[in-house]
Design a binder for this molecule. Structure first.
Ligand code: BTN
Length: 327
């Protein structure tokens, strides 16, 4: 951790209490003179640090900008967030993370961008990423399960994103299998999982996450305006992007540990958040249209649909369309 991140951690851990320069110096292992200049740097970055004469300093407010040190100081993760990069602009955070994975980066790398010029969605779709209005980021992992179980990553991420949205906004976030997060029936977030594998090992997986935090309806292209929304628009309130980002990463870290051996616990969480479970739906896989009732998730994250004939179909990918209730 950098000195800035250690200082922010120390201030955060102190909560509402004031810490003296010498206490802070001891906590972060730096001389007092360095602490004074670090406090000044943090103020320049937009942190509000209150000073009370003869008592000390405390953190009062943090900026909405995505800053690696701020994000790190909010995390207690074991793997995810070991390295955090923030770009002001990039083509696609998935592409940056992919390049870094090929060059040997450690799993847990997280790449954010304030805006993307070529953001990608599933099925070759474009993903709009207006500057500062959302969370556009990718997490690189090297899971030890088989490539056939890669959907577990999308599922655990969907559960983490939904839970984090609920925790930070109180909105009723729901998962539409496999990768959409909905609020009031409209999409607020999407997940795009890419992987490089051979027959039985995943070399690396890149989980791309896009969360529309404060996009206005006119930010979306006309063709998706009816089905897309943002958290602030739905709640009519302001939210902190770093707080939401850190919550997502912390939960992903917990669920990633469970994905090796205790995936059923994630499946149980998923069932609580699913917008599709028990509903009539159809999905097109290649040229086949499968129609039935959404039954469950299997141990690898595939969707089990009970067809009208009673046969259970296992669906690994595709666009699920929920049928409207009749009557
Ligand atoms: C979808 O719902 O179709 C998936 C959208 C995924 C978007 C994110 S934004 C960060 C990352 N970089 C990309 O180019 N795409 C993903």
């Amino acid at each position: 951790m950098t000195s800035d991140a250690r200082l922010l951690t120390a201030l955060r851990n102190a909560g509402d209490s004031f810490s003296s320069i010498s206490e802070l110096a001891e906590k972060i292992g730096e001389p007092s003179s360095r602490v004074i200049s670090l406090l000044e740097d943090l103020r320049k970055l937009g942190f509000t640090i209150e000073e009370r004469p003869h008592t000390g300093f405390r953190l009062v407010a943090t900026p909405d900008a995505l800053l690696p040190d701020d994000l790190k100081s909010r995390l207690k993760s074991k793997i995810i967030g070991g390295e955090i990069l923030v770009f002001q602009e990039t083509e696609s955070t998935n592409s940056v993370a992919e390049r870094m994975a090929r060059n040997g980066s450690r799993e847990g790398l997280v790449v954010f961008a304030e805006t993307q010029t070529k953001g990608r969605g599933r099925m070759g779709r474009k993903w709009i990423s207006p500057k500062g209005k959302g969370l556009w980021f990718s997490v690189m992992l090297r899971p030890r399960f088989a490539p056939t179980a890669v959907t577990r990553l999308t599922i655990l991420t969907a559960v983490a994103v939904s839970q984090a949205i609920r925790d930070t906004t109180r909105l009723d976030a729901r998962i539409k299998w496999p990768n959409d997060i909905l609020v009031n029936g409209k999409k607020v977030a999407g997940i795009l999982t890419d992987m490089l594998s051979d027959a039985d090992t995943i070399k690396h997986a890149i989980i791309g996450i896009g969360v529309d935090v404060r996009c206005a309806p006119q930010d979306f292209p006309p063709e998706v305006r009816a089905i897309a929304t943002s958290l602030e628009h739905e709640a009519n309130a302001k939210f902190s992007r770093p707080e939401l980002a850190a919550r997502i990463l912390s939960l992903m870290d917990v669920y990633y540990a469970k994905a090796h051996g205790r995936f059923q616990e994630i499946v149980d969480e998923w069932a609580n958040f699913s917008s599709s479970l028990g509903k009539r739906a159809h999905v097109t896989v290649g040229t086949r249209r499968i129609e039935g009732t959404v039954q469950a998730l299997d141990a690898d994250g595939a969707l089990l649909v009970r067809c009208d004939s009673g046969r259970i179909e296992k669906i690994v990918g595709g666009d699920l369309v929920l049928e409207r209730a009749q009557g």
